[in-house]
Design a protein around this ligand. Structure first.
Ligand code: NAI
Ligand code: MG
Length: 498
């Protein structure tokens, strides 16, 4: 088997080193003296002990971030092009360490090495490159007012930003958060997810190496409630919170923001409709269905978890789909042949198995999967699972499973499917498959979601905004829209009257 052997791991030495918090440019121990463990989800083995940051650690990080911001360490003292150079250098360092970072991400998260190496790592570097370009493009306006005044706007950083990220794309979520925040000249306190803190710690080292001044980036590993996450969300000296994760946690973050009315941007869950019309290229649609639900083991906020298929194409579609799913190679993510790895944690594995149980009790028909794979006794695996006979009102079609579980729902009419597609509290994304251009354009407008893919799925670019309608959150990340999240506009009135 082509699994990378332990002795070949490029990150092995780094993994063995004690893990610390990054505060004010230095790696320090947590004041709590507490730690938690991070596991390899393919083997259930402990990868590392991680410091559990507490209130005092968060306070120190906020103080350092505030000092760096107030002294203009990365803003006034740096020119825009010097700031850009740091981000370009960070992107280059990510490329230089791409194999090592990909292995680290696969070890901590479980995702197939092919995905970490060819999606997560390069897209992380690309995101930093994209925002490096923005450093020198931030502008205000001059505005025509009464002749007695000269009026203009300045675009300024927000200040100290708390960023709380999930475990499904640990490195990439970091880049989506750091890229625009740093381009605008903010200071950040990042809390990676407790399931996957490793790549953030390594990127913290690379950020220092790239010349980002002390205090501008701080990393506090820890848990959510009653731990670093909560202390960041509640902090009175943090000006903005950016959060990606569960919708219920999003609600807690919003409530916590009320204390000092900090700005909030949220990227929460989804229950995306992936809609296949009978006139679609069926092979392409089957590919899209597979990418839509099984990419990253289904642990994707925009996963195409509800597959609406036009009834007259259902038989052809299902037979092609099940044939393909049956051939998917599941195993340790470090194996080059693996296309589907384990879920990130035991908790997530149990969540999937529980929803599979619920779906069967509700009357959905199991077409494949539905259990742990045979022959893999260790690891948090769930077989790729497809349900047919699903009704859009069932829990399996309304609640976020966040796993490799597809619900297939047949439909007959375009209006009927649009209504059902929108019958969800989420609105992050959706897709439509058809060769009829008019139908595609009409349908795009009907879908209540922040992203709609036509004849493709899960396509991303750092220049294209991403975010939710309805309970999938607010604010748009990526593109120039993320610059809005991380900057303030100041209007300046100069009196020219004699
Ligand atoms: P979560 O929302 O609890 O965790 C995400 C981040 O928030 C982590 O860094 C966590 O430590 C932090 N956090 C948790 N509680 C917090 C609190 N009270 N205050 C501040 N920070 C807090 O998500 P979890 O529990 O890991 O996953 C549960 C479900 O959430 C998943 O099954 C999935 O449905 C959804 N989810 C959605 C994601 C997305 O990309 N939209 C990503 C991860 C999970
Ligand atoms: Mg949680």
């Amino acid at each position: 088997m082509a699994v990378v052997q332990e002795k070949e791991l490029l990150c092995k030495e780094w993994l063995a080193k004690p893990k610390k918090l990054l505060i004010d440019g230095k790696w320090v121990e947590a004041k709590t003296n507490k730690t938690f463990k991070t596991y390899n989800p393919a083997t259930e083995e402990v990868l590392a002990e991680i410091p559990e940051g507490g209130k005092e650690d968060v306070d120190l990080a906020v103080k350092a971030a505030r000092r760096a911001f107030e002294t203009g360490a990365f803003y006034n003292k740096f020119s825009a092009s010097q700031r850009a150079k740091c981000l370009y250098t960070l992107a280059d360092l990510i490329d230089k360490h791409a194999d090592e970072l990909a292995q680290l991400e696969t070890l901590d998260n479980g995702k197939p090495i092919k995905e970490s190496r060819w999606v997560d790592v390069p897209m992380t570097a690309e995101t930093f490159r994209y925002y490096a370009g923005w450093c020198t493009k931030l502008e205000g306006e001059t505005i025509n007012t009464n002749n007695d005044f000269f009026t203009y706007t300045l675009r300024e950083p927000v200040g100290v930003v708390g960023q709380i990220i999930p475990w499904n794309f640990p490195m990439l979520m970091l880049a989506w958060k750091w890229g625009p925040a740093l381009a605008c000249g903010n200071s950040v306190i990042l809390k990676p997810a407790e399931q996957t803190p490793l790549s953030a710690l390594r990127l913290g080292e690379l950020a220092l190496e790239a010349g980002i001044p002390e205090g501008v980036i701080n990393i506090i590993t820890g848990l959510g409630p009653d731990s670093a996450g909560e202390f960041i969300a509640n902090h009175m000296d943090i000006d903005k919170i950016a959060f990606t994760g569960e919708d219920r946690t999003g609600q807690i973050i919003v409530k916590a923001s009320a204390g000092n009315l900090k700005r909030v941007s949220l990227e929460l869950g989804g229950k995306a409709p992936n809609i296949v019309f009978a006139d679609a290229d069926m092979d392409a649609a089957v590919n899209g269905a597979i990418t839509g639900i099984f990419f990253n083991q289904g642990q994707v906020c925009c996963a195409g978890s509800r597959l609406f298929i036009e009834k007259k194409a259902q038989d052809e579609f299902m037979s092609k789909l099940l044939d393909r799913v049956g051939k998917m190679v599941q195993g340790n993510g470090l194996d080059e042949k693996t296309v589907i790895g384990p879920q990130v944690s035991k908790e997530q594995q149990e969540r999937c198995l529980n929803y599979i149980d619920i779906a069967q009790k509700e009357g959905a028909k199991l077409a494949c999967g539905g259990e742990r794979p045979e022959g893999l006794d260790k690891g948090y695996f769930v077989k790729p699972t497809v349900f047919t006979n699903v009704n859009n009102d069932m829990r399996i079609a309304q609640e976020e499973v966040f796993g490799p579980v597809l619900s297939v729902i047949p439909f007959e009419k375009m209006d009927q499917v649009a209504e059902q597609a929108n019958k969800t509290r989420f609105g992050l994304s959706g897709a439509v498959w058809t060769q009829d251009v008019k139908k595609a354009h009409k349908f795009v407008k009907k879908i209540q979601a922040g992203t709609v893919w036509v004849n493709c799925y899960n396509v991303f670019d750092p220049a294209v905004p991403f975010g939710g309608y309805k309970q999938s959150g607010y604010g748009r990340e990526l593109g120039k829209h993320s610059i809005e999240l991380y900057s303030n506009i100041k209007s300046v009135w100069m009196n020219l009257a004699d």
